[in-house]
Design a binder for this molecule. Structure first.
Ligand SMILES: Cc1cc2nc3c(=O)[nH]c(=O)nc-3n(C[C@H](O)[C@H](O)[C@H](O)COP(=O)(O)OP(=O)(O)OC[C@H]3O[C@@H](n4cnc5c(N)ncnc54)[C@H](O)[C@@H]3O)c2cc1C
Length: 391
């Protein structure tokens, strides 16, 4: 393979952005993804409540490949070997790459009885299963709903609670519109005493008042022992009855990465330097949820950080190969928490960095802003509208 070829593993937010920006830097790009579409996770929260369809959220990668001139290979990565710059594909067998970007996302922490739960952050198909279960509960006319998320003591940056809250609020709004909210008990659970604390103090106060106003119950600060068909069981032996349990296990390193010789942290995320170069593996980069983030204690794996890392990897790789001149770019200075937390009929604008932590309520318009982001994402990736810097 010539020095201007790059292989990108993973067709998510990070992998696609890397493919687009490596093309801009003049590389020949092959993107390898196990599925033929990019799943735009931030807007998947609307599938279970019927605001969006699966097709609205699954963005065909072949269309994107044709638009940007990269090669798309649908195959599953089975293993990686850093020492000889090789990897094995399920169908394609062993391959070598001098220049490689790992953008394979993350796996999830294991919990006993997880099969009794569905996750909005799991396999994309689960969003459709969640819709079926919600529709069945609506048809039944009432029930008990438990939503929650778990932790990862080895790397809290992989904890993902925001989408759980978003779907919880959207479901509340959906049931209210149907006039049957009072027939449902809605409880949120998490092992930490203050879930959402990394969004800052103000956010916690606002969430608490929202919980009271909307009659949401909570079970916080208790470790989850296991899930049963109709219950969540906690370490103190108490249970939470549930007809539908939506649970987001914290992110964890992918099994085959843990088994590889790649440098990794305790959770199995790949160790990189500020330039997204994998430590000790020349020419290989890791970006997005697969990478071990370094930085402030509140840091979180997020889509916009994944995209900054992707653009930086392309830029830095081009500089390393002498394809252009300039300074390499780091991801750490971009670390912040930025999201529009949708509630179905509005949203909260969440921002956190070292200096400030904000949650600004945005009734009505916030919901349309997030909807607008989904529209913008697809069109800007197709190049039919220009990219807004920073988005
Ligand atoms: C429901 C939800 C809502 C979110 N909302 C927001 C938000 O509002 N704002 C925000 O900034 N972030 C949000 N995030 C986080 C954001 O979506 C992630 O940080 C981002 O998707 C990470 O991108 P990635 O490409 O690293 O991983 P992923 O998007 O997970 O992509 C990984 C890719 O690798 C592929 N892959 C995995 N294993 C293999 C294999 N063995 N072989 C081949 N291909 C493989 C997958 O199919 C996938 O295409 C949200 C996440 C979820 C789940």
């Amino acid at each position: 393979m010539s020095s201007k070829n790059v292989v990108i593993l993973g067709g998510g937010l990070a992998g696609l952005e890397a493919a687009i920006y490596y093309r801009k830097e003049g590389f020949e790009v092959e993107l390898i993804s196990e599925r033929p579409y990019l799943f735009i996770f931030p807007i998947a929260i609307w599938i279970p409540v019927g605001t969006s369809t699966f097709e609205d959220v699954a963005f065909p990668l072949d269309t994107l490949a044709a638009r940007h001139g990269f090669t798309l290979t649908i195959d599953r990565v089975l293993s990686l070997k850093a020492h000889d710059h090789s990897f094995i594909l399920e169908k394609g067998g062993e391959r070598k790459a001098d220049h490689l970007v790992i953008a394979l996302g993350a796996s999830k922490m294991r919990h006993e009885g997880i099969e009794h739960t569905l996750s909005i952050c799991g396999a994309p198909e689960q969003s459709v299963l969640l819709k079926e279960r919600i529709d069945a509960l609506v048809a039944k006319g009432g029930g008990k709903i438990a939503f929650g998320f778990g932790g990862n003591p080895n790397d809290p940056s992989g904890v993902r609670g925001g989408p759980g809250f978003e779907l919880f609020f959207n479901l509340h709004h959906h049931l209210k519109k149907l006039g049957i909210r009072d027939k449902f008990e809605m409880t949120f659970f998490a092992p930490m005493p203050q879930p959402g604390a990394r969004m800052g103090e103000k956010a916690l106060i606002l969430m608490e008042s929202m919980f009271k106003r909307n009659r949401f119950a909570s079970r916080y600060g208790k470790k989850i022992t296991r899930f049963e068909e109709s219950a969540v069981v906690f370490e103190d032996g108490t249970t939470l009855e549930s007809d539908l349990t939506m649970f987001i296990p914290a992110g964890d390193g992918l099994g085959f990465i843990k088994e590889s010789d790649l440098p990794q942290n305790k959770a199995g995320f790949i160790e990189i330097n500020d330039f997204c170069e994998i430590k000790g593996v020349k020419g290989w980069y890791a970006i997005g949820d697969s990478a071990a983030l370094e930085g402030p204690q509140w840091k979180a794996k997020q889509g916009h950080i994944a995209e900054v890392m992707a653009r930086n990897a392309a830029h830095n790789n081009a500089i390393t190969l002498g394809l252009k001149t300039g300074e390499k770019k780091g991801y750490k200075e971009h670390l912040n928490i930025l999201c529009v937390m949708d509630m179905g009929n509005g949203a909260g604008f969440v921002y956190r960095d070292d200096k400030k932590a904000l949650l600004i309520p945005m009734p009505i318009i916030g919901h349309w802003l997030k909807m607008g982001w989904g529209w913008y994402y697809k069109r800007s990736k197709m190049g039919t509208i220009p990219r807004i810097p920073g988005m």
